[in-house]
Design a protein around this ligand. Structure first.
Ligand code: KIV
Length: 275
């Protein structure tokens, strides 16, 4: 049985940290799940790391459903959360409910959407029909990132108060957790102490109840943007590049394939064929 939103909430109550990671495909999703990570997020960052877009704006519901289906086939243990992409929930509550339903039908257990106070009615409408929602404040790639770039949020008293209020309202609307992206660590800690639901930080310091990273950043597979907060546990790009160059060399020199890599005919059949 995989984890539920209640297991995630309980971890905060029990004082245990929550691990989360993005996943977009079956192969890496299986490994993230096998590693025992608590939450797999099918993030709309898929647009950048999987599809090569400049940002998350072009990502469609169809793409998010496809990625979600792939990860849902890989997941046995984790809670599976999927992002509502840009303009799948902002125009109307009807859109938000219909598109949340599509992600759930694709295998997600919960949906995530960006926005504070302005999204409270939308969050509570989705929660009311029985779909768990994860909020997302601080840097919001679908909006604040476009106007402000990669700017740390909550560095002034007023912006900190707004973030704390947003977090409280998201909790009151019924969300089961909140992502805090690039929020100054003091404010992230205050929010985590103020709300009873778990906060999942990305670039927001150790005071959050859990942490999330983009899996390609963690594995050293995405070169375009290298955020300071993304700890690299591997440099897979270098290893993969070396392996591919070796393969090319082996093909060109005839070293690959070797006998153990091919299949042979039965000798009698071969003789008959030759005759
Ligand atoms: O899309 C994404 O990957 C996210 C995480 C950065 C939290 O929203």
């Amino acid at each position: 049985m995989h984890k539920s939103v209640y297991d995630i909430i309980k971890k905060k109550k029990d004082g245990q940290k929550i691990s989360a990671i993005t996943s977009y495909d079956y192969t890496l999703g299986s490994l993230c799940d096998k590693a025992g990570i608590d939450i797999l997020l099918v993030g709309d960052s898929a647009g950048m790391v999987m599809l090569g877009y400049e940002n998350t704006i072009p990502v469609t519901m169809e793409q998010m459903c496809m990625f979600t289906e792939a990860v849902s086939r890989a997941r046995n243990n984790a809670l599976l959360v999927a992002d509502l992409p840009f303009m799948s929930y902002q125009a109307s509550i009807e859109d938000a409910i219909k598109n949340s339903g599509m992600l759930i039908k694709s295998g997600a257990d919960a949906v995530k959407l960006e926005g504070g106070n302005s999204m409270v009615k939308t969050i509570s409408a989705i929660v009311d029909i029985g779909i768990p929602v994860m909020g997302h404040i601080g840097l919001q790639p679908q909006t604040t990132m476009l106007s402000q770039g990669y700017k740390v949020q909550g560095k002034t008293k007023d912006s900190a108060i707004k973030l704390i209020q947003d977090a409280k309202e998201i909790e009151e609307a019924g969300a089961f957790s909140i992502v805090l992206e690039m929020v100054s660590h003091e404010v992230a800690q205050m929010i985590s102490e103020t709300v009873s639901i778990p906060t999942i930080g990305i670039g927001s310091g150790v005071g959050c109840d859990g942490q999330i990273l983009v899996v390609q950043d963690l594995l050293g597979m995405f070169e375009k943007i290298k955020p300071k907060f993304a700890k690299r546990y591997l440099n897979l790009n270098d290893d993969i590049l070396k392996a591919l160059e070796n393969y090319k060399k082996d093909v060109e020199s005839g070293v690959f394939p070797a006998q153990e890599n091919w299949f042979s005919m039965d000798n009698d059949e071969l003789t008959k064929l030759r005759n």
